[in-house]
Write a protein that binds this ligand. Structure first.
Ligand code: COA
Length: 217
């Protein structure tokens, strides 16, 4: 049996932050911190913070800009973290929403309807809602049947999700699997940490995994 990826989907937020924008805010923070603690720095009780640098970030990581769901608060030196409007439990969560957007694109690419999907695996670094599962929330939003579950595997989430989808098909427990990787990582970044403030952004990807014989894309 040959298991294939028959369609893929991608959702990127409308907002993004360039290295220059990120560094500008970080350096404002550094200036403010060093000024506030100038006495302790002079007395050797605190080490002064060093500024960040756009070209260093690109050289060290290759990153020129990152997509985020909410930019304004991240670039506000008094906040430096994203802020979202809270949603009721009966509303679709932000993470499910971006997962659904990527999933629809993947289903379209693979020429699949919700009725074709019999397993949804949401594989990502963390889930916004634990119960019953992001996969179930997305299953309901798309109108899919079958079963679904979440897997938390940090940076390897997408590959582990796809492997589990392929294994489910090979073992006969599913025919057509939708694997979704909705990552909203900007809330987990410490934008005041020079070594890592440039890493990660927000995105969702999706893939349809099925047996080659049923793939008609
Ligand atoms: C930033 C990074 C490359 C620094 O490497 P390191 O091994 O910790 O080494 P150092 O702390 O000695 O930093 C190396 C140099 O980079 C400089 N540097 C680090 N962060 C910087 C920044 N944001 N802007 C400018 N220079 C920076 C240091 O000042 C140092 O300069 P020097 O050699 O002139 O003293 C490293 O911490 C990194 O890769 N961070 C991201 C890791 C991460 O979050 N990965 C995700 C895994 S899932």
């Amino acid at each position: 049996m040959a298991v294939v990826i028959s369609g893929t989907g991608l959702y990127t937020p409308t907002q993004s932050i360039s290295n220059d924008e990120l560094v500008h805010c970080f350096n404002q923070y550094v200036e403010k911190f060093n000024l506030t603690h100038s006495q302790e720095i002079e007395e050797g009780k605190i080490v002064a913070l060093s500024p960040s640098d756009s070209s260093f970030i690109e050289k060290a990581s290759g990153i020129k800009s990152r997509y985020v769901m909410e930019k304004e608060s991240i670039l506000n030196v008094d906040i430096m973290s994203p802020r979202y409007t809270e949603r009721d439990n009966d509303q679709l969560s932000m993470q499910a929403e971006i997962g659904v957007a990527a999933a629809k694109e993947a289903m379209l690419a693979a020429n699949k309807t919700p009725a074709d999907i019999d397993l949804i695996i949401v594989a990502c670094a963390y889930t916004q809602r634990s119960y019953p599962a992001m996969a179930i929330e997305i299953q309901n939003a798309l109108g899919c049947g079958g079963w679904g579950f979440d897997m938390l595997v940090a940076c390897s989430a997408a590959t582990f999700g796809i492997i589990n989808a392929a294994n489910a098909i090979r073992s006969g427990t599913a025919k057509t699997v939708l694997v979704i990787n909705p990552e909203i990582l900007s809330p987990q970044i410490n934008y005041r940490d020079r070594d890592s403030h440039f890493i990660f952004g927000d995105v969702a990807t999706a893939s349809i995994i099925e047996d080659e014989s049923t793939a008609n894309a």
